[in-house]
Design a protein around this ligand. Structure first.
Ligand code: UD1
Length: 417
C-alpha cells in the first residue's frame, strides 16, 4: 500500500488547472445508463472512485472506453439490474445506481452499501422517497429488492436535503410519466451539474440549485456529450496548501461562485483572494489568523467536505478556532493524527477547539478517510521535518495524482510504493 512522504516548510507557489469533480462525475456516470445511446463525458478525473464506477457500468453490461479524461459509454445493449456486494461496498455512492437501474430496468437488486469510514451512512431517505413514488422496496439482511412496475410521479418532501437522495429521485423520475416535485432538495452545485447533464440528454428538469426541483418525465433520453464541472473541494484543498505555507496560488478552470462560503473563511484568516471568471488567486499572510467559529451545513453554507481541511489549516493559525460538524459524526477522525503532529485540538462531541501552534512537526500518520487524508497533507506541508502518510488509497479516491499537483506547486513530496 502506498504512502506519501512530505517534507514540510516549502512555500506553495504556482498555477494549477483543476480537475473534474468527483461528486459530480459519479451520479453523471450512473445517469448514462438511462439512454440506449452513447454518452461522451469529458473532464472525468482519474480517481479510484471513478474506476469503481466504471467497473459497475461494465458489470451492468455497458461498454466503457477511456481516452485520457474522456469516458465513452455505450449503454445500448441489455443491462443487468443487480450490483454485487463487492462493488457496492467499494463505493458508498454507488447507491445512486438504484434510481438509475430502476428507471432503466424497472427492477433493481443491490446490496446495502453499509457504513463507511465516516460512520453509519443511512439510506432511509433514498428508500422512503422511492416508496412514495410507488416503488416496492423489500429490505433483506443483505439486499434491497426493488420493483417499479407500479410507480407513479408524485411529490417528495425530504426531511433533510440529502445530496444522494435528491440525485436518486432525479435519476429515477426523469423517465416516468407526469411531474415529480422534490421539496427541500439538496442545492449543491453537483446537483445542478447532474440536472444539466440530464437535460442535455433530453430530460425536463427545472429548479436544480434551489430547494424545489421539478422533473417532468419524458419517454426516452438520448446519448450526449458533456463536460464535468470542476472539483470545488479539491480546489479548497490546494488553496489550504498555499494558505498554510504562507504561499500564493492561482487555480484555473474553477467556478468561484460555488466556493463563496470557503473563500469568505480564507479572507477571515487574513488571505487575499482575487477572483476571475474561472479562476481564483490566493495570497497568504505570514501567519494565518484563527477563525472564531465555523459550522458545516448543506450548500451554500460551509461544506462538511472542507471541514477536515480547515481543521488542519487552523492548527497553525494564530489564536483559537472552533469548528462545529453538523453533517457527519466521524469527520473529526483526523484530529488524532493531527495531534501526533503536534496540533492542539480538543474534540468534544460535534465540536473541535483548535489552539493554533506556530509550527507542527513531521510524524508517521495514517489517513483515516478521504478528506482527513488531504488534511494531513496540508498539515505536513506546514510541519517541521518529514511526514509519512499511510493509507493514501483514501486520498486517491478523490484527488487526481495529488503528489504531481503538489510537486508542480513546489512541495517536496514523493509517493512510496
Ligand atoms: C454527498 C457527498 C459527500 C458530502 C455529502 C454532504 C457524493 C458522492 N458525496 O454524500 O462528499 O460530504 O454529500 O454534502 O456526492 N442521511 C440520512 N438518510 C439518508 C441519506 C442521508 O440520514 O437516507 C444523512 C447522512 O447521514 C448525513 C446527511 O444526511 O448526516 C447528509 O448526507 P447526504 O447529503 O445524503 O450525503 P451523501 O449523498 O452520502
Amino acid at each position: 500500500m502506498s504512502k506519501l512522504e512530505i517534507t514540510g516548510g516549502k512555500r506553495i507557489r504556482g498555477i494549477i488547472d483543476m480537475h473534474g469533480a468527483k461528486n459530480a462525475v459519479l451520479p453523471i456516470l450512473a445517469a448514462t445508463i438511462l439512454t440506449k445511446g452513447v454518452s461522451v463525458i469529458h473532464n472525468c478525473p482519474k480517481l479510484k472512485d471513478v474506476n469503481v464506477t466504471v467497473d459497475i457500468l461494465r458489470f451492468l453490461g455497458a461498454s466503457v472506453r477511456r481516452e485520457e479524461h474522456t469516458l465513452i459509454i455505450d449503454s445500448s445493449g441489455d443491462l443487468k439490474s443487480d450490483i454485487p456486494e463487492n462493488l457496492m461496498h467499494e463505493l458508498r455512492s454507488s447507491i445512486v445506481f438504484m434510481g438509475a437501474i430502476l428507471a432503466r430496468c424497472k427492477k433493481a437488486r443491490i446490496s446495502s452499501p453499509g457504513g463507511c469510514e465516516l460512520g453509519p451512512r443511512p439510506i432511509d431517505l433514498h428508500i422512503s422517497s422511492l416508496r412514495q413514488l410507488g416503488v416496492s422496496v423489500l429490505e433483506t439482511e443483505d439486499y434491497l429488492e426493488c420493483d417499479s412496475k407500479n410507480s407513479a410521479s408524485g411529490e417528495i418532501v425530504l426531511s433533510f436535503p440529502s445530496v444522494g437522495a435528491t440525485e436518486n429521485i432525479m435519476l429515477f423520475s426523469c423517465l416516468m410519466s407526469g411531474v415529480t416535485i422534490i421539496r427541500n432538495a439538496a442545492k449543491e452545485p453537483e446537483i445542478v451539474d447532474l440536472a444539466n447533464f440530464l437535460n442535455k440528454m433530453g430530460a425536463r428538469i427545472c429548479g436544480a440549485g434551489t430547494d424545489e426541483i421539478y422533473i417532468e418525465g419524458v419517454e426516452t433520453l438520448n446519448g450526449t456529450e458533456y463536460s464535468i464541472m470542476p472539483d470545488r473541494i479539491a480546489t479548497v484543498t490546494y488553496l489550504c496548501c498555499a494558505a498554510v505555507t504562507g504561499g500564493e496560488i492561482e487555480i484555473r478552470r474553477v467556478n468561484p461562485n460555488d466556493l463563496e462560503a470557503c473563500l469568505e473563511c480564507f479572507i477571515r484568516c487574513g488571505c487575499r483572494i482575487g477572483i476571475g471568471k474561472d479562476r481564483i488567486f490566493l495570497r497568504a499572510p505570514q501567519r494565518l489568523k484563527a477563525i472564531d467559529f465555523i459550522e458545516t451545513k448543506p450548500y451554500p453554507s460551509f461544506p462538511t467536505d472542507a471541514q477536515s481541511l480547515f481543521l488542519a489549516m487552523l492548527a497553525t493559525a494564530d489564536g483559537k478556532s472552533i469548528i462545529r460538524e453538523n453533517i457527519f459524526k466521524n469527520r473529526f477522525n483526523v484530529a488524532e493524527a493531527l495531534k501526533e503532529m503536534g496540533a492542539d485540538i480538543t474534540v468534544s462531541q460535534q465540536t473541535a477547539l483548535i489552539r493554533g501552534k506556530k509550527r507542527l512537526k513531521g510524524a508517521n500518520v495514517s489517513a483515516p478517510d478521504l478528506r482527513g487524508g488531504a488534511g494531513l497533507c496540508i498539515a505536513a506541508l506546514a510541519a517541521n521535518g518529514v511526514t509519512q502518510i499511510d493509507k493514501v488509497c483514501y486520498i486517491d479516491r478523490g484527488y487526481e495524482e495529488i503528489e504531481t499537483y503538489l510537486q508542480r506547486l513546489g512541495a517536496k513530496v514523493t509517493r512510496l510504493d
